[in-house]
Design a protein around this ligand. Sequence first.
Ligand code: ATP
Length: 345
Amino acid sequence: MSGLNLQHVTKQFGTFTAVNDVSLSVPDGTFVCLLGPSGCGKTTLMRMIAGLDLPTEGTIQLGGADITTMPTHKRELGMVFQSLALFPHLTVGENIAYSLRIRGIAKDMQKKRVEELLAMIHLPGFADRSVNKLSGGQRQRVAIARALAISPKLFLLDEPLSALDAKLREAMQVELRQLQQRLGITTIVVTHDQREAMTMADTVVVMNKGEIRQAAAPVDIYRRPADSFVADFIGQTNLIPVEADSAGRARVLGQAVEGLTLPAGTAKGVLSVRPEDVQLTTPGNGTISGAVTFVRDLGGAIETFVEAGGQQIIAVSSPRSRPEVSVGQQVGIRLDPTTSVVLAK
Ligand code: ATP
């Protein structure tokens, strides 16, 4: 079996369980983002993959070999962790060549590899510069090149872009993803930023309280969330109670919604409806009735807040198809059964 495989990995600190029975397969050449709120266990899971922490239970395999207890330096990893800063007294080239030098690679080979890597991170000719004179984005790229110097089996990054400002961060997300695709290197990134995860990952692994809640492609996580935690954590959503009436039809805020069904044998659930899927129209005609409480014009999008049956529902529309609504107005809410997701909890 190739790729990275975690089987029932648990990590306890005393009586506290930081990672609870996590199983995950990362195929060769894919990009996985571990995503979740602060304290959910992302870094702990990453540290076990890196060999910096030992699992209390479970096994970790890389390329078919059991590496659960293998020391970090034998795992052939490239790591960019927040705490692993560049060596300030070394030049850019010396930083990048560091792992080659300690492996005893010949000087001319080191030089060639450094040049290759500098070209790859779009900093050709930077070998002799001091790392202290680089910008934040340049430092980050050098850290990435340093980690990739040995052509690792696995590339691990923990919040690699969190120190950068928003614009640079977005640009670096695209750059990192393009680099990963070019090299085809199996990559795992820890982030708490869902937009970052959606930008870069083949598979987003959403964690909460030490457990994986869902592992899927970004669009599936967004369109078909497994539960209300995932639905709410990824993007914006409306979570609305839904129940089945005696005829088995789904009722939402007192209104039967045509075409929407609950799973067989289920009487109650939660409906996740993305704001862009909420359609505002004239009241009546099988719609849920509500009153507009706030309208926010964000330039590129208009958000309309509606109160319906004691629940706040947010609708987003583009300024081009702006509904003519104002605060206090009665409106009808139409839910599209094809884009509304019924969740068990
Ligand atoms: P953040 O995004 O804030 O870095 P995280 O998802 O990476 O959070 P972890 O750092 O993995 O979370 O921590 C998960 C939980 O385990 C936290 O409650 C943390 O306090 C606890 N924890 C982590 N390391 C230790 C340790 N060495 N001893 C005791 N508890 C720990």
